[in-house]
Design a protein around this ligand. Structure first.
Ligand code: MLT
Length: 256
């Protein structure tokens, strides 16, 4: 299912959500940016309302799905905007077919593949889910995703994120973990491509700390990095006004 906000004749942005979330995490972006752009959202395989299937996913399959979304939506040369796991998908899609996109917006993400520590953490997560502890795992993850300010000022929204994560399909969640474990690094691509890149990371993001994306953007040919104050790992929801302004400024500069 493809969710379209705004006029299809306008420049398109495809939004790719992060792990255990769904396309609704971008609701603040759809609301504001659909005034100027055609905003497209979808649920990544295994999450939200998408079909979990057999849970045997790969990053390549996630990119195939994204390419199908772009084709089905009938849009050309969209900007991709991905958060965390969505950023992994966006970067690999651009690496596979750079001329298909106008630019990439990377939120709270990284380009490197999993190191040993990350692989072992994911294996432990799969074990927890197999032991019927998805609820505990998902709660812990949400706790670490959001900065305290967001939790205090938006208790209902925070609860909604927890409800969404804890009710995710265990097969789909494990499939996403496997796909992330098997992904390749896109760092060399990101640092050598001419595609315009915008990197945004919450100041308090402990999952994908700002230093990593900042360094990659500094090393890239056409990259810009912005730190998002008052935000953790889900900066587009935690500080939507600033994130929307930065996305709008970035796209306007490219299209000028
Ligand atoms: C995400 O937010 O998509 C995940 O934290 C990414 C990851 O686990 O690497």
């Amino acid at each position: 299912m493809i969710y379209t906000y705004g006029n299809k004749t306008k420049q398109a942005i495809v939004f790719i959500h992060g792990f255990i979330l769904d396309h609704t995490m971008w609701k603040n972006q759809y609301k504001e940016l659909s005034k100027e752009y055609c905003c497209i959202g979808y649920d990544v395989r295994g999450l939200g309302k998408s079909d979990a299937g057999d849970g045997q996913y790969t990053m390549e399959q996630f990119v195939d799905d994204l390419e199908d979304v772009v084709k089905e939506a009938g849009i050309s040369k969209p900007f991709l905007c991905g958060l965390s796991m969505g950023g992994y998908i966006a970067l690999r899609a651009a690496e596979r077919n750079p001329s298909a996109y106008s630019g990439i917006i990377l939120c709270d993400t990284r380009a490197t593949a999993d190191n040993k520590d990350a692989l072992l953490k994911r294996a432990a997560a799969i074990k927890m889910i197999n032991n019927n502890k998805l609820d505990v795992y998902a709660r812990g993850l949400m706790e670490s995703f959001f900065h305290t300010k967001f939790k205090h000022e938006n208790p209902d929204e925070y609860k909604r994120f927890i409800a969404e994560a804890t009710s995710a399909n265990p097969v789909g969640v494990k499939g996403c973990l496997l796909a992330m474990m098997g992904r390749t690094s896109t760092k060399d691509f990101a640092e050598s491509t001419d595609l315009p890149l915008l990197g945004l990371t919450g100041e308090f993001d402990s999952i994908t700390p700002p230093s990593e994306l900042r360094q990659m953007m500094n090393n890239s040919r056409n990259g810009q990095f912005e730190m998002i104050p008052d935000a953790g790992h889900i900066a587009p929801s935690e500080n939507p006004v600033l994130v929307n302004n930065l996305i709008h400024k970035f796209i306007s500069r490219i299209l000028r």
